[in-house]
Design a binder for this molecule. Structure first.
Ligand SMILES: NC(=O)c1ccc[n+]([C@@H]2O[C@H](COP(=O)([O-])OP(=O)(O)OC[C@H]3O[C@@H](n4cnc5c(N)ncnc54)[C@H](O)[C@@H]3O)[C@@H](O)[C@H]2O)c1
Length: 346
């Protein structure tokens, strides 16, 4: 028997239809003695009935603020701006350790309330490998949208779809295109290669070895670039404004899956705002044209597939919540970030 009480919160972003725990995995947790409360959420891809049938209790959207202190609040994306003091342990993607905009403010809220961020991005094994990630589907969609746009076949606004529908669109699209995937050996890179393959495109694949001494003319000679790198220390940018102004540039479509906008790790400091589902493409240059796709919630476009894979990876970690070393590492990372900001004593 465990004392663990997980509280699955509603996501405030209206386009966020994913969930980190799908009903079938919620059932497994309940069967192992975990108590689960699920907030009602109009946009979540799995309906509340399926969670109820799995043995979860249902609560109102946003009611986590008054959940018992020992409940662990589980979500994916950003918290609402209130309350100012965060008292619970929160499991989600905080984007708070790379100096991102809003990072310090979030950590201050935890410091003020005595709560803790257990950031899913830092849930790693003892070799530092991520244990649960959406990367594959992010890369898949980043490349899929790019190739569809490049071929004049992208419809906006974007709406959530299924793998079968996306695959059919990719197969039906036509047109020669030279594509480069950077970060090709990672999860997103693999997804990008699969999507391009479905579109009949064989991309050039670069990873660490190929960017150590960056061949800029070779990069600019591709028509489509999908960036899927995950950097933990600053590296020289892959593209600068000067490259964008190069009249010989063949690059026409840039899909940045990494979207490290505003972070010192950003390898594409040639734009400063993401693009969104209603206007997924923004023109960065006219002569010659260069279009940008930089959407930071790509896997939400395939909410069922992305949630199911993510939840399957998270389940063993949740079953191991009280004893798992991975959560201890997450907590250590949070404490280190708070100490570095002078919010807590080291
Ligand atoms: N846009 C979205 O919706 C979305 C969703 C999920 C993940 N992401 C982001 O996608 C990125 C990739 O995630 P992942 O799960 O694929 O990570 P990953 O660790 O599986 O793969 C990253 C790859 O980048 C490579 N790499 C690192 N530095 C490089 C460099 N300087 N040059 C070339 N290659 C380099 C690594 O060797 C690795 O193969 C992350 O930044 C993640 O936050 C975005």
């Amino acid at each position: 028997m465990t004392d663990l009480h997980l509280w699955l919160r509603h996501e405030t972003r209206t386009t966020e239809r994913r969930t980190p725990i799908v009903p079938s995995d919620a059932r497994r947790l309940v069967e192992s003695g975990v108590r689960i409360t699920v907030e009602d959420s109009p946009q979540r891809i799995f309906p509340r009935d399926e969670y109820e049938a799995a043995g979860c209790q249902v609560a109102e959207a946003g009611s986590w603020v008054s959940a018992s202190a020992r409940a662990v609040i589980v979500g994916l994306k950003e918290l609402p701006d209130t309350p100012a003091e965060l008292t619970h342990r929160h499991v989600f993607f905080g984007h708070a350790y790379k100096g991102q905009p809003g990072a310090e403010a979030l950590l201050r809220r935890f410091a003020a309330g005595g709560g803790a961020l257990l950031d899913l991005e830092y849930l790693v094994d003892d070799q530092g490998r991520r244990l649960a990630a959406f990367g594959f589907w992010a890369g898949y969609l980043g490349a899929a949208l790019a190739v569809l746009h490049h071929r004049g076949a992208l419809r906006a606004p974007l709406v959530p779809t299924t793998k079968e529908e996306m695959e059919a669109e990719l197969r039906a699209s036509r047109g020669e295109v030279t594509a480069l995937v950077i970060g090709a050996l990672g999860r997103s890179g693999r997804g990008a290669r699969v999507a391009l393959g479905e579109a009949g495109v064989e991309p050039t694949c670069w990873d660490l070895a190929e960017t150590r001494d960056l061949d800029r003319p070779a990069l600019l000679a591709h028509e489509l670039l999908v960036n899927t790198v995950l950097t933990t220390s600053p590296v020289p940018p892959f593209l600068t404004d000067k490259d964008l102004d190069d009249p010989d540039r063949r690059l026409r479509t840039l899909s940045d899956v990494t979207v490290d906008v505003g972070s010192p790790m950003n390898v594409l400091p040639v734009y400063d705002t993401t693009t969104e589902w209603d206007r997924p493409v923004r023109r960065l240059r006219e002569h010659p044209p260069l279009d940008l796709i930089a959407i930071d919630n790509l896997p939400s476009l395939l909410p069922r597939e992305a949630s199911t894979d993510f939840s399957a990876a998270l389940l063993p970690q949740l079953l191991d919540f009280e004893t798992g070393g991975a959560w201890g590492r997450c907590l250590d990372r949070f404490r280190r970030a708070s100490t570095e900001l002078g919010l807590t004593e080291g």
